[in-house]
Every structure is written in structure tokens, then in C-alpha cells.
Design a protein around this ligand. Structure first.
Ligand SMILES: C[S@@+](CC[C@H](N)C(=O)[O-])C[C@H]1O[C@@H](n2cnc3c(N)ncnc32)[C@H](O)[C@@H]1O
Length: 188
């Protein structure tokens, strides 16, 4: 750890106030590595995430109870929010990146009707298979206008996907983003 990092830790006050020293913790107790085998946390890998273990340790040392509220101004994939939820502590998150914001909302929505989600997945898969089959002969030039799907503006797009693979992927993505499912899991 560099001097700068040590000074940052002193600034946060974790060492003096809560007796948490980063030097005593293993990498998986601080970094995203600690998320990889944990339920919910492992759904999305973000390397600048910190470990759920660290959040639990801070909640415990700060003696945060259900009467407290937590604000996470840099929510990322919701590590703090998930741990607060598990501990019954109300928490609020702010996240500027729309993808991470969507993920943080999804991972903290635990009030799902699993039967309904299963049914929706089944019909989503069935529709997507049908659409792919129906459009398998269509050429990529007429494809966007016909299906009202835009080809991503990625430089040299066919370097990454063969045309027929991209067409199937776009059909799949189109169905997902237009699907009732996103509303049901609370991220649309
Ligand atoms: C180091 S990551 C935090 C990760 C999070 N604690 C986790 O464990 O997943 C910092 C996050 O802050 C977000 N961020 C940066 N500037 C922001 C701002 N001005 N408002 C809200 N979020 C911001 C970034 O998009 C990034 O997801």
C-alpha cells in the first residue's frame, strides 16, 4: 500500500475510530474478489467494487442498527445497499452510470413473484426463437428498416460479429428491452 493510500485510510478514519486497518485484511476481504462467491453480489462483476465483507465489518464496527439509514453516494453494483438490506437497514444509493444504476436497482429488488418471472422468461425465449426462425433469411441491409432495429454504431461492427449472429443477437436484445419482464423486475 502506498503512503497516499495509507493517508486516505486515515482520512476516512476507519483505523482510529473503528479499528479497521486495511493492512490486516486479505485482498478478498476488501476488493471485488470477495463478491465472486456470494449470492446476489456475484450476479455482476465490477472490478472497482469493494467486498461485501468490508461492508459487513463496517456495519458491525459502527454498530449500525435498523434505526439507522445509510447513504451510498457511489452505489456501483449495490454492494453497500445489498448488505444493508440483508441487515434490515434502510439505505439509499446514487449511481451516475445508467448500466450500473440498472444493476443496482435489479439486485436490490427482492420482492419478485418467481413463478411470474419464470413464465415471462419462457415466453420471452419462445418469442425470440420464433423471431429468429422467421427472420433467418433476411439480409442485414433490409433488416434494420423491416424490424425497426438499429445496428449499433460500433466501428467495424462486423469485425466482432458475423452478420447472421449480429442479426440474431439484435432480435434477442430487442425482445428483452421491449419486454414486460424489465418492468416486473423493477428496472424499467
Ligand atoms: C468505485 S465504484 C463504487 C462501487 C460500489 N461501491 C460497489 O461496490 O459496486 C464508484 C462508482 O461511483 C460512480 N460515480 C462516479 N461519480 C459519480 C457521481 N458524481 N454521482 C454518482 N455516482 C458516481 C461510478 O459510476 C462508479 O460506479
Amino acid at each position: 500500500m502506498t503512503d497516499y493510500q495509507k493517508k486516505s485510510m486515515d482520512f476516512v478514519g476507519l483505523k482510529d475510530k473503528y479499528e479497521i486497518s486495511y493492512l490486516d485484511l486479505k485482498p478478498e476481504e476488501i476488493t471485488f474478489k470477495g463478491k465472486l462467491n456470494e449470492p446476489v453480489h456475484s450476479w455482476f462483476r465490477l472490478t472497482p467494487s469493494y467486498s461485501p465483507y468490508l461492508v459487513r465489518l463496517i456495519i458491525q464496527r459502527m454498530e449500525l442498527g435498523k434505526d439507522k439509514k445509510v447513504l451510498e453516494p457511489f452505489a456501483g453494483t449495490g454492494t453497500t445497499l445489498i448488505e444493508c438490506k440483508k441487515a434490515g437497514i434502510e439505505s439509499f444509493g446514487v449511481e451516475i452510470n445508467p448500466i450500473l444504476h440498472t444493476i443496482a436497482k435489479g439486485v436490490t429488488n427482492w420482492d419478485l413473484d418467481l413463478g411470474k418471472v419464470g413464465d415471462i422468461f419462457d415466453s420471452l425465449i419462445a418469442k425470440t426463437e420464433m423471431d429468429i426462425e422467421k427472420n433467418k433469411e433476411i439480409d442485414l441491409e433490409s433488416f434494420p428498416a423491416k424490424l425497426n432495429i438499429e445496428i449499433p454504431k460500433i466501428h467495424d461492427v462486423f469485425r466482432w460479429w458475423k452478420p447472421e449472429i449480429l442479426r440474431d443477437l439484435l432480435i434477442c436484445r430487442n425482445n428483452i428491452v421491449n419486454w414486460e419482464f424489465l418492468k416486473i423486475i423493477g428496472i424499467s
